[in-house]
Design a protein around this ligand. Structure first.
Ligand SMILES: [Zn+2]
Ligand SMILES: [Zn+2]
Ligand SMILES: [Zn+2]
Length: 258
């Protein structure tokens, strides 16, 4: 797609003349072509300098992008995060969750199994001894006993009303209500802002594509500098101006102390 087509599509999305999903398909189906338009090639030739902006070499020069558009998925995740925040501010856990739901969730989703526990403290951390009597020893409270208690675990505890003991195998009200809350918020996010999210995502995709084809974030590099940037993620150290360093580092290793 050309710059003008992208701008037109962007306008159409804003004015609801095209569904965001449909617009997304158009952008992604035509993406490859956009970097080869004559408009782009012309601009590229005017930007190309006489030597590599990094090392000064005049051999095989190329336009190097120093910034790349993000993937659709990453942009969408960002925008979902922004609206997710709004949902969290709008609804509290208490707004969305009631006690009965939490109990039901426990009964349906938590798989209880019969376990042997200490008769005194309820810990599952007990050992059966081969020769000594009494046969069992609790590794947590050190209680000795002949036979452990059998109990279905984990148990459900409403930690707003009841204290949890350290060694108990429990699922708490807070844990479950928070889990259900997050699930409900996710549903509400797409119910309330789904369309807005799609729209903003594809507009951002277009904006980033436009920035990319504008060649605003580019430099003239020689083939070697371009290769090292793309394949190794390295550029030249600003201090010694000879050694390459990781782009995220300020200087090369040797110039670090200077
Ligand atoms: Zn160079
Ligand atoms: Zn015990
Ligand atoms: Zn250096």
């Amino acid at each position: 797609m050309t710059k003008d087509q992208l701008i037109k599509l962007r306008e159409d999305i804003i004015h609801n003349e095209i569904e965001p999903k449909k617009a997304g398909e158009i952008v992604y189906l035509n993406k490859i072509k956009s970097w080869h338009t004559t408009e782009w090639k012309k601009k590229r030739s005017t930007l190309l300098k006489e030597s590599c902006e990094q090392c000064g070499s005049k051999e095989i020069l190329t336009i190097q992008h120093t910034w790349h558009p993000r993937d659709y998925g990453i942009i969408k995740r960002d925008i979902c995060g922004k609206y997710g925040q709004l949902i969290n501010e709008k609804y509290t856990v208490e707004d969305l969750i009631n006690e009965k739901e939490v109990e039901n969730y426990f009964n349906i989703n938590i798989n209880q199994q019969e376990k042997e526990i200490c008769i005194k403290c309820g810990s599952v951390n007990i050992s059966a001894r081969k020769t000594l009597s009494p046969k069992y020893r609790c590794n947590h409270c050190k209680e000795l006993f002949e036979a452990p208690v059998k109990k279905l675990l984990p148990i459900f505890i409403d930690d707003r009303k009841q204290e949890i003991l350290q060694e108990m195998n429990v699922v708490t009200y807070s844990e479950l209500s928070w889990k259900i809350y997050k699930e409900k918020c996710k549903e509400l996010l797409f119910k309330e802002y789904g369309e807005q999210i799609e729209k903003e995502t594809i507009i951002t995709v277009i904006d980033e594509s436009l920035r990319y084809i504008s060649l605003a974030d580019t430099v003239t590099f020689c083939k070697k500098c371009a290769f090292i940037w793309d394949k190794k993620g390295m550029n030249i150290c600003p201090i010694c101006k000879t050694r390459y360093k990781k782009i995220c580092n300020r200087t090369c290793y040797e110039c670090k102390e200077l």
